[in-house]
Every structure is written in C-alpha cells, then in structure tokens.
Design a protein. Structure first.
Length: 210
C-alpha cells in the first residue's frame, strides 16, 4: 500500500474507515439510538481530514436524498466498480482496489426536508414499517425512514451496515444527515425553551451539494 495514505499500523485509510464502521455497527449502539447523528458526524469529519492529506481543498459533499443520485453516483468513474485515489491510492505499492456494487431501483424514498424538520419532539428513536406517521419523532424520521431507506435505495454494498462504508457515496448520504441534524436539533432545543448552543469542537463541518 502507499505509505502516504496509511496509518502507522499498516492499514490504508479506506480499509481502516470501513473496519471502524463495521465493528462499531456490530458491537456498539451507533444505530437506532440518539448516538446515531453525533457519532456519524465525527466519523465523516475524520474521513474528510484524511482525504485532505491527499488534497487540502477537499470538502465532503452531501446528496439531497429526495433526488435521483444517478449523475452523482458516477463521480468516482462509474456506477459500480473499483475505487481509485484518494479513497485507495493508485500509486504502487497498493492493496487491491476495493470494488463497490450498487443496485439503484425505484424512486427516492426519503421525506422532504420540510417534513423531517417539522417533526417534534427530538427523540427517542422509533422504527416504522412505512412512511412515519405525523406524530413520529424527529430522529425516528431522520434515521429510521429517510436514512435507512436511502441506503436501501442505493442498494448493493450500501444496503448492509457491514459493507456500506466501502462506498464513497456513503459519505455523501451521511453528509445530508449531518446537514439536517443541526437544523432539527436547534428547532427542538428552542421548542424546549433552551438557547444553549450545541458544542461544535475544533472545526465546524461544511457540507455542500454537488
């Protein structure tokens, strides 16, 4: 592998980030709980920092999951196929390039932003077998419906938490979660009568649409 894009223990950035999501998804509570949004924010922020070692100007994009992603899905070179730099460096020596599969089918299942952001209260998480009813909480609509069904809509590797982070498009989907989360959480803080700002850490994430 290319030592310029690998951690000291020898794993390249792409394989390590995939392993982190796979292991945390299997042995922790980063899904179907209120930890979902803050954990994934930190995860994609760290991925952005790693990509900036290849190109300091890189900013993660977000996918508006109410629209067809067909054009965006080809940004890595093809709808399905091997991933190149900077996700997996092309300069020798490298590991075998990871291969991504997708099986886009049907229409975007996610709710419009206005419907997600209008939901109250903020939590707890809940699961619904169809479009969440009007009384569904914000995090139930955000994660269980719009997020989960958007993963399934892309299909292939994205349909399984154990493999979803193999696909660079994972980070565009979660960029949209990250875009909606502060808006929703701010709304529900105001509804509770609190004006305290959520801590942002050393950097404020920037998400731009492709």
């Amino acid at each position: 592998m290319n030592p310029s894009y690998a951690f000291p223990m020898g794993m390249d950035f792409w394989h390590t980030k995939q392993d982190v999501h796979d292991n945390m998804g299997s042995f922790s509570n980063i899904h179907n709980t209120l930890a979902f949004a803050p954990w994934h924010r930190e995860y994609i922020n760290r991925y952005e920092i790693l990509l900036q070692q290849f190109d300091p100007t890189v900013k993660l994009l977000y996918w508006d999951w109410t629209t067809s992603p067909s054009a965006s899905l080809s940004y890595m070179g093809s709808f399905s196929g091997s991933i190149g730099a900077p996700f997996n460096p092309g300069s020798p020596p490298t590991l075998a390039p990871p291969f991504v599969t997708r099986s886009l089918f049907g229409s975007p299942p996610a709710e419009p932003d206005s419907a997600v952001l209008a939901r109250s209260p903020y939590g707890p998480f809940a699961s619904y077998p169809s479009v969440p009813p009007p009384f569904a909480h914000f995090m139930a609509a955000l994660e269980d419906w719009s997020h989960n069904h958007s993963h399934g809509y892309i299909g292939g590797d994205m349909s399984n938490p154990a493999t979803s982070a193999r696909d660079p498009f994972f980070f565009m989907l979660h960029g949209n979660v990250d875009r909606l989360w502060p808006n929703g959480s701010a709304i529900h803080r105001i509804c509770r009568g609190s004006t305290q700002r959520r801590p942002t850490g050393p950097r404020t994430p920037t998400r731009t649409s492709p």
